[in-house]
Design a binder for this molecule. Structure first.
Ligand code: ASP
Length: 287
């Protein structure tokens, strides 16, 4: 898949199933450490832990909606704060998580009007700070490198240049997925599932050997429930899956992957040794 003498970096994106709790984050650390080429990591906010709880981003969006309507939002903020405190405590990290949570809580109240995407973006922000501390790697905020134009469209040229420049200065980095900045400094998020887009932009800009998206088994391409994942398929075959594969990987992210001709590798966090599904440009189908 990656030639033995290929020293290009591997970009790993971990979704909300991979960042759901301390145990899963330990797995993330082991996966990252098991290959020195895994130099750049993009993280999602925590996802559901049990079937009955909520993912971080949905809770943050509920906080935001309540502030706008003039209602209290602490019932939605509390489970977020509790989850981050538990993760930091279980991993014994030296992150002043309470200070960060207080800042975010205050920010949700004060920024709801002018900075529409502020609240939704904070799960990725907090998770990237936590994971950077856990790995002992630099945290690079997405606002530094993911750039949107004033009309809200992604500024691909500015983004690619900023990522290439910033990441050339570091050996490793952890970046939050899902958001970036507008020219006036306000935050802007991608559509839901957008950390996949951030990861694809990072992978494209650093000419990654492959872009690994780590998730649970539900995010792999399997011919039938419980069957082994498909080993290799083309972009075209992936897009021909029911709903164009978007349940697994959003169409916007696939467009970025395709534009840059990246090898997209869907991997299972529970079975790190399994090579997962490799999605390749159509012309590489036979290689
Ligand atoms: N946390 C965001 C969401 O739930 C982005 C992502 O996970 O990709 O949509």
């Amino acid at each position: 898949m990656v030639e033995a003498n290929d020293l290009r970096p591997i970009v790993c994106k971990f979704d909300g199933t991979a960042t759901a709790n301390a145990d899963r984050l330990r797995r993330v650390r082991d996966i990252v450490r098991s290959d020195p080429l895994r130099r750049f990591v993009v993280v999602s906010a925590f996802g559901k832990y049990t079937h009955s709880d909520h993912d971080c981003t949905s809770l943050l969006m509920l906080c935001d909606a309540h502030v706008r309507l003039g209602y209290r939002f602490d019932p939605f903020f509390k489970p977020i704060a509790e989850r981050f405190r538990t993760i930091v405590r279980d991993l014994q990290l030296e992150v002043d998580i309470q200070r960060l949570l207080d800042e975010v809580e205050a920010g949700i109240m004060t920024q709801a009007e002018g900075n529409k995407c502020y609240a939704a973006s904070r799960g990725e922000y907090l998770m990237a700070v936590v994971v950077a501390n856990f790995l002992g790697w630099p945290f690079i905020d997405a606002t530094e490198v993911i750039r949107f134009s004033a009309d809200g469209a992604l500024d691909s040229a500015a983004t690619n240049a900023a990522i290439a420049e910033r990441l050339s200065q570091v050996e490793h980095a952890v970046l939050p997925g899902f958001y970036g900045s507008l020219p006036d400094g306000r935050l802007k998020t991608f559509p839901r599932g957008g950390s996949n887009i951030t990861g694809a932009l990072v992978a494209g800009s650093v000419h990654a050997a492959r872009y690994e998206c780590w998730t649970d088994a539900a995010g792999l391409v399997c011919p039938a429930p419980g069957a082994e994942p498909v080993g290799r398929m083309t972009y075209a075959a992936f897009k021909a899956l029911p709903e164009g594969g978007v349940k697994i990987f959003p169409a916007e992210a696939l467009a970025v992957v395709q534009e840059t001709g990246l090898l997209l590798n869907l991997r299972d966090t529970d079975r790190p040794e399994h090579p997962g599904t490799l999605i390749v440009p159509d012309h590489r189908a036979l290689q």
